[in-house]
Design a binder for this molecule. Structure first.
Ligand code: NDP
Ligand code: HSE
Length: 425
């Protein structure tokens, strides 16, 4: 006869133990948010789980004098690992180590781990999912992509009847915040980055945001999930937003477009072609109006067609909400693994050079006496010329659709090129 856990605890007269103990690793932006969400929504969460979720420990390197967390603060991870009453760990420390070792050891001990750490998920996700499975535990990572937006669970559970053929998303809150403020308010890049850091949106090393590495890890995670195999983020062509200038925004305005850092994966003839780069997109694209710290992710399935996910892509409570949703799921499924189809075998991506786009190009205007425009028309096919307010002595245009390889080859014919931005009209 099987006796449910609750009945067993009552039978053993351990009413006070009818709660699920949770430990939070890292008491920074996300970790402190996790504690806040669990406290604020304690009763609602209790109803959903059927038992109280109690934060038994918080691990951090620092002291937090005056914060009630001090009473449950520990500095030695072994305290958490060895405590059999801790069933679920929320990892919000970030970075590869010691997060990887802590997570692995927790899963080996049968504890479920819920994380916001995309660096770790992108690199070791497949292995940690496998370890969780072998130990009847779960490795959940909803907060690793899109902050508070549900996207991992929808891909893993709701869209499983579809073959996903495209994912296109604004996947980084910091860069979208920067691009929005630069474009709409004319603020300087450094000032907006500082603001994003103060608001807790940026990575510890913000290079990960502005150079596109964070968005790259996120599109690698999403592509791994839909392909069922490991997509290495190192294989994905990645460009950031550091070269975008005020002049580029003026041209975008003239084209009635906005500039967004996109992570894209397209399935063509059985292979995914992925990249991260700034794109100009027009009003008719649903991602056009995704502003500030918000993210938007368009998913195309062969049956469902277009689905869009939208919400706050970074920030304390939004991200913590996603971590806590994972903790709730883990608590509802103690001792039971929820399958995630993401194997360690490597998924080979299609060649970046074969990806097709239109390209917006700015170069020095050599004047009507030169043969510059003839050469441009010859090189780039169906060219659309564009003029922007107050900008002189520049020739700017959008090329016809061509592969990356063809474009790079043709661009060699020109010197004094000021900027190139892909176009997704
Ligand atoms: P923070 O830097 O604000 O918080 C990390 C916390 O973990 C810090 O308090 C840090 O302490 C602590 N910590 C680091 N190493 C250890 C260790 N070895 N032992 C104990 N504590 C440790 O980062 P965030 O909260 O912003 O981010 C956490 C993770 O969530 C990252 O992976 C990030 O990419 C991800 N994420 C962040 C989002 C956001 O909006 N901020 C959104 C989505 C995901 P100390 O400061 O003393 O080093
Ligand atoms: N730095 C990340 C961002 C945090 O700005 O999107 C959320 O993953």
């Amino acid at each position: 006869m099987t006796i449910c856990r609750k009945t067993q605890l009552y039978a053993e007269n351990k009413k006070e133990e009818i709660m699920v103990n949770v430990a939070v690793l890292g008491y920074g932006t996300v970790g402190s948010g996790v504690v806040e969400v669990l406290n604020t929504n304690k009763e609602i969460i209790k109803q959903k789980v059927g038992e109280e979720l109690k934060v038994k420990y918080v691990l951090d390197l620092r002291e937090f004098e005056g914060d009630p967390v001090q009473e449950i603060l520990v500095h030695d991870y072994d305290v958490i690992l060895k405590d059999k009453d801790v069933k679920i760990i929320a990892e919000a420390m970030g970075g590869e180590e010691p997060a990887y070792t802590f997570t692995k050891n927790a899963l080996l001990a049968g504890k479920s781990v819920c994380t916001s750490n995309k660096e770790l998920v992108a690199k070791h996700g497949a292995e940690l999912i496998e370890i969780a499975k072998k130990n009847n535990a779960n490795y959940f990572f909803e907060a690793s992509v899109g902050g508070g937006i549900p996207i991992i669970r929808p891909l893993n559970q709701c869209l499983t009847g579809d073959e996903i053929t495209e994912i296109c998303g604004i996947l980084n809150g910091t860069t979208n915040y920067i691009l929005t403020k630069m474009s709409e308010k004319g603020y300087a890049f450094e000032d907006v980055l500082k603001d994003a850091q103060d608001k807790g949106y940026a990575e510890r090393n913000p290079e990960a945001d502005v150079e596109g590495y964070d968005a790259c890890r996120k599109i690698a995670i999403l592509t791994s999930l839909v392909s069922g195999a490991q997509v290495d983020f190192e294989d994905i062509h990645t460009e950031g937003i550091t070269k975008i200038t005020e002049a580029d925004f003026k041209y975008a305005k003239a084209l009635k477009a906005s500039i967004k850092l996109l992570g894209i994966s397209r399935k063509i003839d059985g292979k995914f072609y992925s990249m991260v780069a700034p794109f100009m997109i027009k009003e008719n694209n649903p991602l056009y109006s995704v502003r500030g710290v918000f993210n938007g992710i368009l998913v195309h399935g062969n049956m469902v067609e277009d689905v869009m996910f939208y919400g706050q892509g970074a920030g304390k409570l939004a991200t913590a909400s996603a971590v806590v949703a994972d903790v709730v799921d883990a608590a509802r499924n103690l001792g039971k693994n929820i399958p995630v189809e993401w194997k360690q075998t490597k998924s080979e991506l299609g060649r970046f050079e074969d990806c097709k786009s239109k390209f917006f190009v700015r170069m020095k205007d050599k004047g009507l006496d030169s043969d510059q425009m003839d050469t441009v028309n010859e090189a780039f096919g169906d060219v659309l010329y564009v003029r922007a307010e107050e900008i002189k002595d520049e020739l700017a245009f959008v090329t016809g659709e061509m592969t990356e390889e063809e474009f790079a080859e043709q661009l060699k014919k020109f010197d004094d090129v000021y900027s190139v931005i892909r176009v997704n009209f």
